[in-house]
Design a protein. Sequence first.
Lengths: 372, 296
Amino acid sequence: MTARPPHNVSRSRRRFLTTAAAGAAGAMLPSCGWRLGNVQSNPKQVAPSDQLAVYTWEAYVDKDLLKEFQAQTKIKVTSEVFDSNETMLATFEAGKGSTYSVIYPSEITVQQMVQKEYLTELDVSRLAGLDNLLPRFRELHRNGGKRYSVPVSWGTTGLIYNPDKLSEPPTDWEYLWKHKDKLTRRMTLLSDVREVMGAVLKSLGHSYNSENPQEIKAAYEKLLKLKPAIASFTTDAWKDQLLAGDLWIAMGYSSDAAEALKQNPKLKFVIPKSGTSLWSDTMVIPKSAPNPDAAYDWINYMLRPDVAASMTQRLSFATTNEDAIVQLPQEWQGNQTLFPPDRLLSHCETLAPVNKGTAELIEKYWTQVSNS
Amino acid sequence: VASPSPPANTAAAKVAPRWLEPLLLLAPAGVWLGLLLILPTLLIVELSFVPGIRPGDVVNPTGWGNYLKIFDPSTLTVLGRSLFFAIGTTAICLLLGYPVAYWLAQIVPKRWQNLLLVAFILPLWTSSLLRSYAWISILRDSGVLNSLLNAVGLPSLQLLYQTPAVFLGMAYSLLPYMVLILYSSLEKLDRRLLEAAADLGATPSQTFWRVTVPQTLPGLAAGCLLVFINALGDFVNPELLGGTSSMTAARLIYNKFLGNTPDWGMGSAMSTILILAVSIAIALLIKYGDRNAKSL
């Protein structure tokens, strides 16, 4: 599995089944305390200044990079991997979080971790190269304008389709409802409650992060109408079947789409015009970091355009670094699946945590969708 | 080591090992069971009484709220579906497994028995995830099965993302367990009783139902129970092979722990219910399984 093409960033990140085992283990870890709910604060540990522990997605592990960083800074880096934000958070809360100085959560989880006061507010004066980032990643308007994270990679959610099978190309989510009779058992949606409910909310003109019960109920009812036509809720099992022609259209992450398009250039990826979700993976420094100085060194190294560009090519993901994009070969820069033009992104939103009542409501509807 | 010891000590040394030895031998397993099974289970039971607990909350047990939530119709439907999958899979495994086990234990020449048994459990050596993905490529619309059907002029079947696909995947995964247990039970079958039955004029079907089956009843019950328990906790096959209406209890519990809306209390309550159900089944097996064995 280590030789897996790295542009499966989201494939490994969101695939339920591979996370399940690790997840179950993660859920059990806290049980080691007598009162697992009470395991809250992580006692601060102090590590030797020449060591740095990084906790990241498997897709971002890059041996060459570790070697280069070590050669330049004399800091010895060890990395451990997680395969879902939930697993990472469970491990963090079980007390293991205090061993890492840099963690790579997705933006939605960054906000959760900020709310729980796990993260250090970054000292922007110690970060060189934030100005190289794409404009929308330069300023983070969330979290009261404070910076807790530095985005590394990003992507969108959209529709991957086989143009030979469809009479007209889809441009928006509404296409699925309009053609649902023809698409019956020919389409799959993501196996992620927030992504699916968010897309339906968006198709109704509401926000991905709506907390309005009426809007959510309307989205649930709209999803129910589509349900008989949906073959399956899956993160990436659509890939082979879309290539084989068994499926015609699938909702998927841009990183997975880029991989499928590479295997069959006939396939197309579209970002629905009423908007979709924009995700990004980031680097953060937890409050319990044993070696924050080395963590700043690491983040600054990652912010260097040449480092970001070479890593982008080795691991095939969409970098957030504008200066790095310019250094990429032409065919990379022109990849509209990985780097869609800004005008398509104007209606997109980043998934954010919703309040507890809303989360429970969405979860309840999701269970009902899988029951009806 | 070779130091001379007074006679009194030798006597004590003779007495001590009688209880010390078994204790020492059992201690590792006992500690293992206590720390990794009993303690976590108790913690789950404790958590199940805390309403809506999420990671980081303080444990403060206060009642049966989580259990009442299970009586929500949608949760009951999920539990019912898990039972349906588990019972169906058990029945399929029993129907398919019994003849195979009988053949392996009684009909196959002795020298082939071990080889065939190994061949039969070979699929267990691969990951269950891999087996499910294999079934996807076999069952999908232009997959292996439909290519074969079309080649001989038969129409295609739409099996993937339907309930039959779930049963197929689960029965395939669990059949080896059933066969192994039934095999060890059928191997001990007393053939003299079969001959006696035939001598006394019993038809083959009478012999089967009144002589063979009662002798293998404990193995039959154990096999069914093992398959049932495993099927009840399966989420790989329903998730990958089932359609949009295939959420099972295992997946719901997962969602309650690591999903978008963690509710460890309700997840623990559901886990406790499943643990109870399985414990009752095992208790029944121990009680009545033994009685059957004695009555033979």
